[in-house]
Design a protein around this ligand. Structure first.
Ligand code: SF4
Ligand code: SF4
Length: 150
């Protein structure tokens, strides 16, 4: 699943996704800092960084949420996953800092997406994730696969 909306902000000192995300090209596991990351500064191999890193953009970078809600400050990254055939989409809320996913603001955002008809996938720093579906929502094949793989 990939996402195509434009980037309208810059990461600045945020390096949150360099901790949370799996980077296949580097075999970097989720939840651990990438060995190439200067935390709070940026990527030490910026010009040679993997394509996955070049192509990734969280929702905040695409203009969602308040300016003050940058992922390194909120402790959570929100991103959108859209299937290649564009028939399925879900919001993912990925925890950067311990227990940040429990915050009221995260719940409020999740409720907003769920009430808009979009499934929300909560990904904690440790342990397995949890998917919440909007009322009456019938998951398609890709979402079913994610649900089964947890
Ligand atoms: S989490 Fe978003 S804002 Fe932070 S470094 Fe990654 S893409 Fe940039
Ligand atoms: S290669 Fe650079 S951009 Fe990619 S995860 Fe590592 S530090 Fe971040």
């Amino acid at each position: 699943m990939t996402e195509e909306r434009k980037v309208v902000r810059s990461c600045g000192e945020c390096t949150a996704c360099c901790k949370t995300h799996y980077i296949q090209e580097l075999q970097k596991l989720p939840g651990v800092w990438c060995k190439h990351c200067s935390v709070g500064i940026g990527c030490k191999i910026y010009d040679q960084r993997p394509t996955e890193c070049r192509e990734y953009a969280c929702e905040w970078l695409r203009g969602s949420g308040l300016e003050s809600e940058r992922p390194d400050k909120t402790g959570t990254i929100i991103d959108t996953m859209i299937s290649d055939d564009k028939r399925e989409a879900l919001i993912r809320i990925v925890e950067v800092s311990e227990n940040a996913i429990e915050r009221l603001r995260v719940r409020q955002m999740a409720e907003y997406f769920l009430s808009s008809g979009v499934p929300v996938y909560f990904v904690p720093l440790h342990g397995s994730g949890n998917i919440e579906l909007p009322w009456g929502f019938k998951p398609g094949p890709i979402l079913k696969k994610i649900i089964e793989s947890r």
